[in-house]
Ligand binder design. Structure first.
Ligand code: ARG
Length: 574
């Protein structure tokens, strides 16, 4: 344990408890007046009585802060100001630098976690919502895996249902070879829209499409083969997007809606047996507790439609049952846009009422807002159709290439291409992950590619600088040290930043609020930059020099792991 804030909390908690007669959260925060401050004494007045300054004094008197703090002061109405001893920081840093994982432990009780993410719809262009899901879900999968959990990536591809009747008929009309070609070049929208136009305009095509859905659902071999062609060509396109993005989603992670097809009837049967199904206008529905419309009437989750067909909800019920019963997942994450909050809430509530979802297992909707264009509306291309994802990403890379060429004209072409990719894709991901995910954000190439401000290139550059010192001085990073000298204010700030990584990782593993990790990395990069300007490494000698090298190395490694967890590459020079 090298997390300073947590160490302070553990030392203060027993003292607070003794004074208050019950457990108290010491509420320790970074402060401008000292390294850390606790304001918990103020809140104790009602319980303990008396004056908060006296309460704070009694806590301090009892607390064992020896070896950790060099100064403890009561200030204002009853704040406890804590200054951490330089030797304590140095000892903790030495401990961290010896550890590959930088002091961040594996989860004490690892779990099986499903991450439902990306989930585009076959034979349809991925939209920016799928981009967000892919970026956020991938970061979640990376982080939770790094903590030692078993992570199952589940790409809940939309590959089943009524649209496929129309799509298969369109494929028949234009010929399989032509269809495969259109889809493989990524013209998914063109294909989908052509089918849609015919469906809307031509009644006989509509009729053919309906018959085709029935054939598909009854397992007709020829229909299934054509359906498979559509799916396979779409998968190739999606995999190319994942490759460009550097997402850790592969061909084995597709668990599309069709995968659950033969489990749907048994979902109906089981819910009927549990007496959770009710008829509503010919459809079979569940009415989960707590979901009502404006008039206060219970809202239905349609499990089986009046025409006997199954839809999105039935599939999600089969999916959650499968994840719980067959995969034995205890944490089920759904990285899906906020518009589906109600749907997922009802699915999860139904799973609880059916007894499938019970503690310790829990399901969490990791919701997110929209990506907006500069006009403040949902991002679209000029033609008004949704943006083709590959184009969006490729443009980010080509703009990054121009920025890099200007910044560092000496890079050879091959290195520049690799750096441009890392920076361009990294910038897109970082822009997404650094905003509170439940909010919308504006997609702005210039801002995300800027080297100033809270951006990927800024942090990547800080890391490249912290690596370059070892090349320039031709030394290897000292990793086996007994202590690190912390004397200058800039060294102290950097030490405190480095020693709060573990706390941030813990918090984000739970909340999956990646903007907190992003904010941390941005702060660390800034703190390093100040340190690097104020404290010379090159002209320092002896222990001071070694200590500063440790600080550079730890910065590089912390930024490296942090960016890795966000799925962002870290070029050594740029
Ligand atoms: N394919 C869906 C869409 O594009 C997202 C699926 C999300 N996952 C789920 N289990 N429902 O909206």
């Amino acid at each position: 344990m090298a997390d300073v804030e947590e160490l302070l909390r553990r030392r203060l908690a027993p003292a607070f408890e003794a004074v208050a007669g019950a457990p108290v959260d010491p509420a320790i925060r970074r402060s401008q007046h000292a390294d850390y401050q606790s304001d918990a004494a103020l809140a104790l007045v009602r319980r303990v009585g008396g004056n908060p300054r006296d309460i704070a004094a009694r806590v301090v008197e009892r607390a064992d802060l020896g070896g950790l703090c060099s100064k403890v002061e009561i200030s204002g109405p009853g704040f406890i100001n804590l200054t951490v001893a330089g030797e304590a920081l140095g000892g903790l840093l030495a401990e961290v630098t010896r550890d590959e994982r930088l002091g961040v432990p594996l989860e004490a009780a690892p779990e099986t976690i499903t991450v439902d993410y990306s989930a585009p719809n076959a034979a349809k262009e991925m939209h920016v919502g799928h981009l967000r899901s892919t970026i956020i879900g991938d970061a979640a999968a990376r982080l939770l895996e790094w903590r030692g959990n078993t992570v199952l990536r589940a790409n809940h591809l939309g590959d089943w249902g009524t649209p496929f009747g129309m799509l298969v008929e369109h494929l028949l009309d234009i010929g399989e070879a032509e269809a495969a070609h259109e889809l493989s070049v990524g013209d998914l929208n063109g294909f989908y829209q052509a089918a849609r136009r015919k469906f809307d305009a031509d009644e006989s095509f509509q009729e053919r499409s309906r018959r085709r859905v029935v054939l598909l659902q009854s397992g007709d071999a020829a229909t299934l083969r054509m359906w498979r062609t559509l799916i396979d060509e779409s998968l190739k396109y999606f995999l190319a997007v994942y490759d460009l993005l550097g997402a850790t989603l592969g061909p084995d992670d597709f668990y599309g809606e069709s995968f659950y097809n033969d489990q749907l009837q048994s979902v109906v049967d089981e819910l009927a047996e549990l007496r959770l199904l009710r008829d509503s206008e010919g459809a079979k529905c569940v009415f989960p507790e707590g979901y009502t419309n404006r008039e206060g009437d219970p809202l239905p989750l349609i499990v089986r439609k009046s025409d006997g067909g199954f839809g999105y909800a039935a599939t999600d019920l089969a999916t959650i049952r499968y994840r719980l019963r067959k995969l034995h997942a205890t944490r089920l994450l759904y990285v899906v846009g906020l518009p589906q909050q109600m749907h997922l809430g009802m699915v999860h509530a139904t799973a609880r009422e059916a007894g499938w979802l019970a503690p310790p297992a829990r399901a969490e909707h990791i919701g997110f807002g929209s990506v907006l264009g500069s006009d403040g509306k949902i991002l679209r291309t000029r033609a008004g159709v949704s943006v083709k994802l590959v184009d969006l990403l490729e443009e980010a890379v080509s703009r990054a290439s121009a920025v890099i060429a200007e910044k560092n004209p000496d890079l050879d072409e091959q290195t520049r291409a690799a750096v441009a990719r890392a920076v361009g894709i990294g910038a897109v991901k970082y822009a997404d992950l650094s905003t509170d995910r439940v909010k919308d954000y504006v997609f702005d190439y210039d801002r995300m590619l800027s080297f100033d401000g809270n951006t990927a290139p800024y942090i990547q550059y800080a890391r490249a600088r912290s690596c370059s010192i070892f090349r320039k001085l031709d030394v290897t990073p000292p990793r086996d040290v007994d202590s690190v000298l912390i004397a200058e204010p800039a060294e102290r700030e950097l030490a405190l930043a480095l020693l709060s990584f573990e706390g941030v990782i813990d918090q984000v593993s739970e909340s999956l609020e990646f903007h907190r990790l992003a904010q941390y990395l941005f702060h660390l990069a800034g703190t390093f930059t100040t340190f690097y300007d104020k404290c010379t490494v090159k002209y320092a000698e002896g222990e001071v020099r070694t200590s500063r090298l440790v600080l550079c190395d730890l910065t590089a490694r912390t930024l490296q792991i942090g960016l890795d967890l966000l799925g962002i590459e870290t070029p050594d020079r740029m």
